[in-house]
Design a protein around this ligand. Structure first.
Ligand code: AMP
Ligand code: MG
Length: 337
């Protein structure tokens, strides 16, 4: 199959929407990362998403809607708190896990009786959902296990020949996937996957916001994941990634002792002067680091890196999302200096 590269003109978006209606897969820009979109109600199309990505079939897909009011069509009940959160965070990078109805096939929900609902804010994604007139299931458009794509070129690198089309809508604004939450009770939510809607932002409207323990550590053998995607090694380039916890000067000393031709250090912007090893900077704050992390992990493969040490991001705010992706890219290998 030849993969078409489309742009964000109205006629190309109509083409993308028509392909989705016909059961094909299309790479679509969103404000988080690029998604691999298909009609969420078309079981055959949804199965082909799992096939194209090599994704385990028990890893549920998020369903994207043009407006949160449409969520009643695909769920059996919606807590009042969900409407409050939708008012403040939809459209945007927030996914709410709700009890699903029969219009969402089990293939879409990975066998769960719940479905993650999101209303993306990217105008291209939004317009494609409107034109398609169906809910769009869209996981990140990468090969499963590899870093998520934040540009149309990343999607092309992973999916060329395997999907009908890719819509180029520029580089993704946030660079990490949406915050996924579930509802513990009428006033409380649980963060299953951290993203750019942070715990502090949610606390403005919720009495209690619990951070699921699986976000920061791996699951013990046999432990059940509240968020199935969190149990897989994920986001990894070919190089061996290790996270290092320490100050700028500790990282510099560590680099003096561990530099080699194929070893790269990913450090904070501002820390690069006279750095004693090969390095890439990934931003000075968590928002910048979220924006550039996945692209850098991909670049490291092109550079031929075989070992990559990344200075750990902050653990709070958007930093928690960056930390969560990195610790998985590192297969939970952390060196504390
Ligand atoms: P991706 O599609 O690659 O952004 O991954 C979506 C992730 O959202 C999954 O791997 C899960 O961790 C989470 N997720 C989606 N739907 C649900 C659900 N119904 N229950 C719990 N977690 C979900
Ligand atoms: Mg993904």
């Amino acid at each position: 199959m030849e993969t078409m590269l489309l742009d964000s003109s109205e006629s190309d978006l109509a083409t993308a929407a028509a392909l989705i209606r016909q059961g094909h897969l299309v790479g679509i820009p969103t404000e988080t990362v690029y998604g691999l979109g298909a009609d969420a109600g078309n079981e055959r199309a949804v199965r082909s998403i799992f096939e194209a990505k090599g994704r385990p079939s028990d890893n549920p897909l998020i369903v994207h809607l043009a407006d949160f009011s449409q969520a009643t069509n695909y769920t059996t009940s919606i807590p009042k708190l969900a409407y409050t959160l939708a008012e403040h965070f939809c459209p945007g990078p927030l996914t709410m896990v709700l009890p699903k109805n029969e219009r969402i096939p089990m293939a879409t929900s990975g066998g769960l009786d719940t479905v993650g609902i999101r209303v993306p804010s990217h105008p291209v994604m939004h317009r494609i959902i409107e034109l398609a007139g169906c809910p769009i299931a869209a996981p990140s458009a990468n090969t499963s296990g590899y870093p998520s794509p934040t540009s149309a070129q990343h999607v092309m690198a992973d999916m060329n020949g395997r999907i009908a089309a890719i819509v180029d809508g520029g580089v993704s604004k946030f660079g990490v996937e949406s915050t996924v939450i579930s509802f513990d009770d009428e006033n409380s939510v649980r963060i299953l996957r951290p993203g750019c809607v942070t715990r502090d932002m949610l606390l403005e409207y919720c009495q209690c916001v619990t951070i699921d323990p699986a976000i920061l550590k791996g699951l013990a053998d046999g432990e059940k994941a509240a968020s199935p995607g969190m149990k897989y090694k994920h986001y990894s380039p070919k190089a061996d990634v290790v996270m290092i916890e320490g100050t700028a000067s500790q990282v510099r000393r560590f680099a003096e002792e561990n530099a080699s031709d194929t070893t790269y250090f990913v450090i904070y912007s501002g820390d690069e002067e006279n750095f004693p090893g090969k390095y890439i900077t990934y931003g000075a704050d968590s928002l910048q680091q979220a924006h550039s992390l996945f692209a850098i992990l991909r670049d490291l493969d092109s550079l031929g890196a075989d070992k990559v040490y990344v200075r750990a991001p902050a653990h709070d705010g958007v930093g928690l999302a960056v930390y969560n992706r990195l610790i998985r890219a590192a297969g939970f290998e952390v060196i504390t200096l």
